[in-house]
Design a protein. Structure first.
Ligand code: ADP
Length: 170
């Protein structure tokens, strides 16, 4: 069981499941969501997302990965940052927790996450990285999910450095 950080593009990851930073409507969008739609195949992923009927903040729902190397896409809806006093940390933790559980239920043994909520949704990168790593660590330690690899994919160098620092500190 390993947690690792890489710098790169989540659509290129060779893992069983990748996580999308989606919106409640699962309607597609910019950022990582747009990149995943383009790489998976716009029309087929849009149709699969439409069939799911939306997703509440803090929850996660799966579609096939279509043209991706990953077999599944787990669409997780992160919170918009509203100053930190509106349950943002718990909702962000819930995204990571629920994504791991949904992926494990599908039989995934490896999963890659983007830095959910840290783009358009404005969650401060350092706080989001701390939530990501503490949540993944506690879920993997407390629940037998059969997941062997969790990869945190940083699109930028600042987020990558944050992950490395946090992972170096057990
Ligand atoms: P949100 O609305 O949850 O904030 P965004 O897509 O705007 O979602 O951003 C989430 C994070 O994903 C940001 O840190 C952004 O830099 C990163 N990101 C954007 N494109 C990619 C990609 N292709 N692979 C991995 N991460 C990406």
């Amino acid at each position: 069981m390993a947690i690792e950080a890489v710098r790169g593009d989540i659509t290129k990851q060779e893992v069983d499941a990748i996580v999308n930073a989606a919106n409640q409507a699962l309607a597609g969008g910019g950022g990582v969501d747009g990149a995943i739609h383009r790489a998976a195949g716009m029309a087929q992923l849009r149709a699969a997302c439409d069939a799911l009927g939306g997703c509440p903040t803090g929850e996660a729902k799966a579609t096939p990965g279509f043209n991706l190397r990953a077999q599944w896409i787990i669409h997780a809806v992160g919170p918009r940052w509203r100053g930190g006093g509106h349950g943002e940390a718990e909702l962000l933790a819930s995204c990571y927790r629920r994504s791991l559980v949904v992926a494990a239920e599908l039989g995934a043994r490896s999963i890659a996450f983007p830095a959910i909520s840290t783009g358009v949704y404005g969650y401060p990168a350092a706080d989001a990285a701390a939530v990501a790593i503490s949540t993944v660590r506690s879920v993997l330690a407390s629940t037998p999910l059969g997941i062997e690899l969790v990869r945190l994919v940083a699109f930028g160098d600042a987020t990558y450095q944050l992950y490395l620092e946090l992972l170096a500190d057990p």
